[in-house]
Ligand binder design. Structure first.
Ligand code: A3P
Length: 326
């Protein structure tokens, strides 16, 4: 990947930079959002600013692709599981009475739906995959994603829970024995927007506006709605993806099986079983790091009242008239 890093070196060097709260590296502001540079993530170039620039030049989406998009820690893993289970539901029908085991019983969802900005996908793009995923902001997506007219599903979550989930995830995966990151300093960076893929609110707004302008091509889901009424949300997702359920008992049964297969408890169990090759790439992230609590509202247990008020105020102002509620 070093050729890509060299190719964009000059372009990156002109961008505004800031210290990242995740690790002791700089992040760079590109097209309104912050990114790490080069080999930052456990020596992988995945999710770096250079991969983003290279994808913008080279990525060729197919009209049949369905892109699952999110800001990190918004429910990406759950969305990947549900979309994969919906698209492969004949396998689920068979696996209870045959030896054909559904992939989600042995592999966490990141092993089933690749990120386009992962180094492995970039090196070996599997364009025939119907389902692909990304953390890129809408306005920075490779042009072919828009011109191919492929479908996009976005998942959004209350920013307070996004931050708390992100903070825990980084502490679990930073790969050293240092103490947890300072919560207040991390909060300050997240709040100000100088956070990888941030500002979180602008990430959401890009996809929300697109979903209002192109509702047949962009579906906007909310993590908290999925928690409250998974059946309705799964129905909506399946219909949008082009895999609608029958409006009868059989259809209901199928939806319930999918919800069970993709439940936090079930996916977490798979992540703990630690089968070889079962996990996400890069493999250095333990599979179970993607499954912490899986609840809505856990941020109240970690943030001060002042922090909650600050994030609520930003959310209220930024999402005004966009009809997003948690
Ligand atoms: P918490 O840290 O609050 O528990 P992402 O998948 O975008 O990285 O987001 C991770 C968050 O989604 C974590 O939140 C994780 O526990 C939660 N999560 C993962 N799988 C889930 C599931 N099947 N149902 C509900 N939440 C899930």
């Amino acid at each position: 990947m070093s050729f890509i890093i060299d190719k964009f070196k000059n372009k990156v060097s002109t961008l505004p930079k800031h210290k990242s709260w995740l690790i002791n590296h700089d992040i760079y502001k590109y097209e309104g959002f912050w990114y790490h540079q080069g080999f930052w993530f456990h020596s992988s170039a995945s999710f770096s600013i250079e991969i983003t620039m290279a994808l913008q030049e080279e990525f060729q989406a197919q009209p049949t692709n369905i892109l699952l998009a999110s800001h990190p820690k918004s429910g990406t893993t759950w969305l990947k599981a549900l979309a994969f289970a919906i698209a492969n539901r004949t396998t689920l029908k068979n696996d209870t009475n045959s030896t054909l085991i559904h992939p989600l019983r042995t592999t966490i969802p990141h092993g089933c739906v690749p990120y386009i900005e992962s180094e492995s996908f970039f090196n070996n793009p599997c364009y025939s995959n119907e389902l692909i995923s990304t953390h890129l902001p809408y306005t920075s997506l490779p042009k072919s994603i828009i011109t191919s007219n492929c479908r996009i599903v976005y998942i959004c979550r209350n920013p307070k829970d996004v931050f708390v989930s992100f903070w825990h995830f980084v502490n679990k995966t930073k790969g050293d024995n240092s103490p947890p990151l300072d919560l207040e300093a991390s909060f300050e960076s997240f709040r100000s927007g100088a956070s990888p893929m941030g500002p979180c609110w602008d990430h959401v707004i890009g996809y929300r506006k697109a979903s209002l302008e192109r509702p047949d091509k962009v579906l906007f889901l909310i993590y908290e709605d999925l928690k409250k009424d998974p059946k309705e949300e799964v129905k909506k997702l399946a219909k949008f993806m082009g895999y609608p359920f029958n409006e009868d008992e059989e259809g209901d049964k199928e939806i319930e099986e999918i919800i069970r297969l993709c439940s936090f408890e079930q996916l977490r169990k798979v992540s703990k079983e630690n089968r070889p090759g079962a996990g996400a790439t890069p493999k250095v992230i333990p599979d179970d790091a993607f499954f912490r609590k899986g609840e809505a509202g856990d941020s109240v247990n970690h943030l001060t009242m002042e922090m909650i008020q600050i994030l609520d105020k930003i959310t209220f102002e930024k999402y005004d008239s966009l009809d997003i509620s948690f």
